[in-house]
Design a protein around this ligand. Sequence first.
Ligand code: ZN
Length: 505
Amino acid sequence: MPAVALTTPLYYVNDLPHMGSAYPTIAADALARFYRMTGTPTLFVTGCDEHGQKIQQAAAKLNRTPQEHCDLMVEGFKSLWQLLDIQYDRFVRTTDARHYPIVKEFFQRVYERGDIYPGQQQGWYCVACEEFKEERELLEGNKCPIHPTVTCEWRDETNYFFRLSRYQEALEELYRQQPDFIQPQSRRNEVVAFVQQGLRDFSISRYTTWGFPVPIDESQTLYVWFDALLGYITALLEPQDAPTLANALKTWYPIHVHIIGKDILRFHAVYWPAMLMSAGLPLPRQVFGHGFLTKDGLKMGKTLGNTIDPFALVKQYGADAVRYFFLKEIEFGKDGDFSEQRFVEILNADLANSLGNLLNRSLGMVCKYCDSKVPSRGYDLSTACAQMVQQVQRSYEVLAFQEVCQAVLAVVREGNKLIDDRAPWKLYKAGAQAEVEQILYSVLEALRLVGLCLYPITPSLSSKIWRQLHLEPRFLWTEAVWGGLEPGRDLPKPQPLFERIEVKQ
Ligand SMILES: [Zn+2]
């Protein structure tokens, strides 16, 4: 299998991570775990984007140097990823000493291509976005459409420009030739419409101090996005390798998928491929833009005071609960809502009642009717499970995590129904031991496969399921075939799988 590198956004460190950063990281982790499970060499990249005026301002407000501020924020990100059970392979920081040589070399290529030139920059600038806005995009009072509380500043300065306009046709061709370059479809349509309006060159330098010097003019620093996007390439360097483009590109490039939020779609689906074309490099296979999260139906924001604190959420409910909720409840790519009530309902219904109960009741019966050993083989759910496995594989490959959960829940429902319909306790009393064993084997084997299929989303829960089936939790996709449980093996006493969440009034 060809190697797969996938990335989260490189998160901007003006503040500690919020749920909007945790969400794509959970998705990327699930995808990376799936690929590893299939035996595909996988590199999961995350990290932080640490330059720019906004960070300088945030640090100054807190009486820190920008570097001190970045170091502190980065620790916050790393500790949240640990709490959420995120197994990244690379954590790249754009202030890393190995990043500038990559940026310089890339800049040089683009410069030699004739795609960088000095020009006059006039326009409305949102410091929060670190982006010039088109006049037609602005809200009343020159407010940013993404940051309605931020007034955009009028700027008029000499900057270096990147000749984006030169890539208009090539980009349009890319979207045509590779219709899934941007996913989901709605995001692709947005980008295609934006590019059709005509692309303008954009400035890639600023007069701020917190950034890399422009290689050909040290009086300015590089625009934060120009250096941030290149962080994806720096991340691919092996730790022992010298920081050159050739080294960075040799193993993991091109990137399989960039998972990003739709607010930074333009940078990834327009600017980034154009920059790569200019440097003569292959393009990533896909840019996947997820939606925005709301809370109780409202846009989250500090001013409204209704943000979700991911640290508090995971400390209260555990990593699996948080991972499961966001991947099951929201179709990846669409906007979605969080409410604590819904959160509790979903977890209780799916994980405590349906799944947890199925495992508990079937192990309980195995205890009573089968001497706590894996019963002799049955095949009652084998067709349903084969369908689940196929569906789950297809769904992971297209980042349809919700469909994964639905396919798994369908089998869990079938399992509960099988027990309700066939009532093994009656069969046992009637002396139909062989039938009892076949039914219980079928349910336990289905649960083994359910644990495997859910592992990328709920790694600890899946491990618990497997341990209760007396299996070593090493999840490989080659195990996704019926019959892995060996009859006759001892089974441990059943333990509750997922405690019901009781809501405090
Ligand atoms: Zn903005």
